[in-house]
Design a protein. Structure first.
Lengths: 144, 765
């Protein structure tokens, strides 16, 4: 890959991740959601892989770690879904309920829906990065 | 196999496999059969009972079992013959498995399947709900499939098992169809309720015909009789249980249970009489044409059940009772004969041809006597249970007119002939066959059955009562059948004597008529239903291969086979639906210019792709189309969708280009230069045009129709604030429809597993 592509890829990686986090967190008030954030972050990893090759991308985010990231995201999403049932309410009942003001961290509101979104983001990031990594690792003509 | 030093070994009796303790599964099966028999008998003598619990309340299906006359009779037959067959198998199965070089633990599946079969027969006998009857009906067919195909390594066994399953299973669907028809009309699946509600009309006639066909196929009647002869490849105990006493009895059991639903329609009854008498004749002739023991008995079973079916068809006060009585007698006699055939084959080292057997009465006197009793019972000689069975048969025939009586006489004489041909061929005459001594376990079960038949010949009352109860359960009114010895010149006695005379004549004439009989059997083999079945299966296989070939030939063909017919269907639908006001063109204002430009750019990129030949430009073209669509979404006022569209398009383009990079360059350039034949190109163009047109019309008509202002969208927008959100799309994804999102992302993880499996195969680890 040419020098320009490599430089651009290396420079863009961090901002892309920051942008992804931003979309994730601000998705509740602005354009964007967990899915877009996940795809954006995965795009950074894929771009890195295209520019530097499969081996470098493996060092950045290995396929195994990407698997675990995806499963962690699924676990978070399932936890948000099932936790209310332990308290006797229906599945996926978000807290705080309508009417109550949620706790704030600066301008960020801490609500379970955002946690659900975080889970989705991790899952999508993990899935796409793992799929891309598997693809990069496979031999040409491996898929029959 | 644990072996114990028992008294027998110290006395030097018995052989290797008999020294061993019977396996635990065999004893368990025998105990279960004995318990089942005792339970049914005690329950019946105590006055019967019933179980009725809801099963699928919204459909009105109940788990309703009732130990009434029919239930008791068929359940006693199933469990009683089960006891005998299990006792026989204890000695028979180990020798059989050793002979077939199979491990002895294969016996476990044997007994498990037989016990399951016995339980499903008892369930079928006592079931009072049409869907429950269907389930048990099919359960017996499934058990039969595995049992006929017990010798999995033999192609003949697999073919026979499949044939039995296809014939009985396909017709069982007719049973369900009839049940659904009656449910749609009368609102219930329960047999007693239907029996009180039905009126003779077209629905009942059709349903009755469907039930009748299903029962005929199960009982191997003409034209479905061919599967029973093929099923004789199964081991002897299975033939003795399933294909003489139990599974084929399931068909006539359904006839008896659903009799109130069949009887009102005269055509169905006449059809049953016709099918029954035809089966009796055909079965008899084919039995005479066969040379090997088990096929003779198989066709004899076809013929005997023809009697029963005809009796149900003749109906009336005597028909149903006579039919039940006949089933009872036949079960005992036929299973004894099958077990005898198995023992004879064992003793003579695998000999089962009638020509080569003979004179075995000297070496196997007990077996000869026992099978004589069984044969005499089927041939309706006095002092056996069968005499009364035929007496009731003639009584029912006489009540229906001279033609039926004549047919009944002919059929009875034929039965006499082929049964005694069997017996004399094996036991009488001079035979070169040498028989080794048999273990008592292979003879005693038949002795038990013979005792039942002889006792029935003297004390017919208990059997009569059971049959009367079954007949009453069928008819709904008491159905007495006076079966007794009358030493006078009444017509039934005359007919019985006539049977013996004609039968004896047949025995004498049979060797001379052999060419004629063989000719008739040959006609049946060449033009009969089995031929049709074979041709049908082969044709079906060929069709499936053809379709598969078309589908996997190449990617373009596969896509064309999906898009082409789909597009044609949609276009036909568009042509036939009224199109007044369906397709509208609205006004174009200045604000729409940007949207039109984006749409135009997308369309242009798509058109340009048709001219591209090399792969990399094609990938770029595809992403251009994707980005154009994202711009369209943004201009339509859906920024979230546009964002996701752009991101996904970027990812896919990167992956696409990366994949292309992994392929060897010469492969890509070769594929780019490939020239398709003209016909194929034309086909691709036409299919693409048709698919595009159909999509065009669908989208046009959809966007032309006024969008229904449903309550959902404004509600969602209104509640966004309450969900602590300002972006309704994210609120929908993470809150309102979060369960859908959860499902979708789970699919993503599953897809990842699939990708990993596919790609992981090529790796050199």
């Amino acid at each position: 890959m040419s020098l320009l592509t490599q430089v651009v890829a290396r420079l863009l990686l961090a901002p892309l991740l920051v942008l992804a986090v931003g979309i994730l967190v601000k998705g509740y008030t602005d354009v964007g959601d967990g899915f877009a954030a996940g795809v954006l972050a995965a795009l950074g990893v894929i771009m890195y892989a295209v520019a530097f090759g499969a081996a470098a991308a493996e060092r950045l985010l290995s396929v195994g770690r990407a698997y675990r990231l995806a499963l962690a995201g699924l676990a978070v999403a399932l936890a948000v879904a099932i936790a209310p049932m332990l308290g006797g309410e229906a599945v996926l009942t978000h807290s705080p309920p309508p009417g109550e003001t949620p706790a704030k961290l600066g301008t960020l509101e801490l609500i379970t829906a955002v946690a659900f979104d975080v889970g989705i983001c991790l899952l999508v990031l993990g899935t796409l990065a793992a799929a891309a990594g598997l693809f990069a690792r496979s031999e040409p003509g491996a898929v029959r | 196999m644990p072996s114990t030093i028992s008294i027998r070994t110290s006395l030097g009796l018995a052989r290797q496999s008999e020294r061993a303790v019977p396996p635990v599964e065999a004893v368990l099966a025998l105990v279960m059969a004995v318990l089942a028999f005792a339970a049914v008998l005690i329950g019946w003598l105590a006055g019967g009972g019933s179980v009725d619990v809801p099963w699928a309340p919204t459909l009105g299906i109940r788990l309703a079992f009732a130990l009434d006359g029919i239930g008791a009779l068929y359940a006693l037959v199933a469990s009683g013959v089960g006891v005998v067959v299990f006792a026989y198998s204890i000695r028979y199965l180990p020798r059989h498995l050793v002979h077939m070089e199979r491990p002895l633990r294969d016996g476990r599946s044997f007994y498990a399947l037989l016990v399951l079969f016995m339980l499903s027969m008892i369930g079928l006998a006592t079931a009072q709900d049409l869907v429950l009857i269907f389930v048990c009906f099919d359960l017996t067919a499934v058990c039969s499939y595995f049992l006929i195909g017990f010798e999995r390594s033999e192609a003949e066994a697999r073919w026979a098992a499949l044939m039995a399953l296809v014939v009985t299973g396909a017709t069982a669907v007719l049973l369900l169809l009839g049940a659904v028809l009656l449910y749609a009309r009368y609102g219930t699946f329960s047999v007693p309720q239907l029996a009180s509600r039905v009126e003779p009309d077209a629905t009942l006639a059709v349903a009755g015909a469907l039930f009748a066909v299903a029962a005929l196929a199960k009982s191997a009647q003409v034209p479905f009789h061919f599967w029973l002869r093929r099923a004789m490849v199964a081991p002897t105990p299975i033939s003795a249980y399933l294909h003489s006493a139990a599974m084929v009895a399931a068909g006539v059991l359904v006839l008896g249970r659903l009799y109130p639903l069949l009887a009102p329609t005269g055509a169905v009854r006449d059809g049953l009489v016709l099918a029954g008498l035809a089966s009796a004749l055909v079965g008899g002739v084919l039995s005479l044409s066969e040379d090997r023991l088990k096929p003779i008995l198989a066709y004899s079973t076809v013929s005997q059940y023809g009697y029963v079916v005809a009796l149900y068809g003749l109906g009336g006060a005597s028909g149903a009772t006579a039919a039940a009585f006949y089933v009872l007698m036949h079960a005992a006699a036929k299973s004894a004969l099958f077990l005898t055939a198995g023992a004879v084959t064992e003793a003579t080292g695998g000999e089962d041809s009638l020509r080569r057997l003979g004179g075995l009465w000297r070496s196997m006197p007990v077996l000869a006597g026992v099978s004589f009793v069984a044969v005499a019972s089927i041939g309706a000689l006095p002092l056996t249970l069968g005499f009364f069975a035929d007496e009731l048969f003639f009584k029912a025939a006489l009540a229906s007119g001279p033609l039926v009586t004549l047919a009944a006489l002919a059929v009875a004489a034929l039965t006499f002939t082929y049964m005694f041909r069997f017996w004399s061929g094996v036991f009488l005459g001079e035979g070169p066959s040498v028989a080794s001594p048999l273990a008592p376990g292979l003879v005693l079960p038949q002795v038990l059955l013979a005792v039942v038949l002889i006792v029935g010949g003297a004390i017919v009352a208990p059997f009569e009562q059971l049959a009367e109860a079954a007949g009453a359960a069928s008819l709904g009114v008491p159905a007495p059948a006076e079966a007794a010895y009358h030493l006078d010149l009444r017509t039934t006695n005359l007919l019985a004597v006539g049977t013996f005379a004609l039968g004896g004549l047949g025995l004498w004439a049979e060797p001379r008529l052999r060419p004629l009989i063989a000719g008739l059997a040959g006609v049946g083999a060449r033009a009969g239903p089995e031929r049709l079945y074979r041709a049908g299966l082969i044709g079906l296989n060929r069709l499936s291969d053809r379709v598969h070939e078309i589908e996997v030939r190449d990617l373009r063909t596969r896509v064309a086979t999906v898009l082409g017919p789909g597009a044609v269907l949609v276009l036909v639908g568009a042509l036939v639906t009224p199109s007044a006001g369906r397709y509208r063109i609205g006004p174009i204002s200045l604000e729409d210019v940007g949207l039109l430009a984006a749409l135009g750019a997308t369309a242009g990129a798509a058109l340009a792709m048709t001219r591209l030949k090399r792969h990399l430009p094609m990938a770029v073209g595809l992403s251009a189309v994707g980005f154009g669509l994202a711009a369209v979404f943004a201009l339509l006022g859906a920024p979230d969708v546009a964002l996701v569209a752009v991101l996904v398009e970027l990812t896919l383009s990167l992956l696409f280009v990366a994949t292309l990079g992994r392929l060897p360059a010469e492969v890509l350039s070769r594929e780019a230069r490939l020239e398709l034949p003209r016909g194929r190109r034309l086909r691709d163009v036409l299919v693409a045009l048709a698919a595009g047109l159909s999509a065009f019309f669908v989208v046009w008509s959809f966007t032309s129709s006024p969008r229904p202002r449903g309550p959902v969208a404004p509600e969602l927008v209104a509640r966004t604030e309450a969900a602590h959100a300002k972006n309704v799309v994210t609120a929908i994804l993470a809150d309102f429809r979060a369960l859908d999102t959860l499902g979708e992302v789970t699919v993503l993880v599953v897809a990842l597993v699939g990708v990993a499996t596919l790609l992981g195969r090529g790796r050199a680890t």
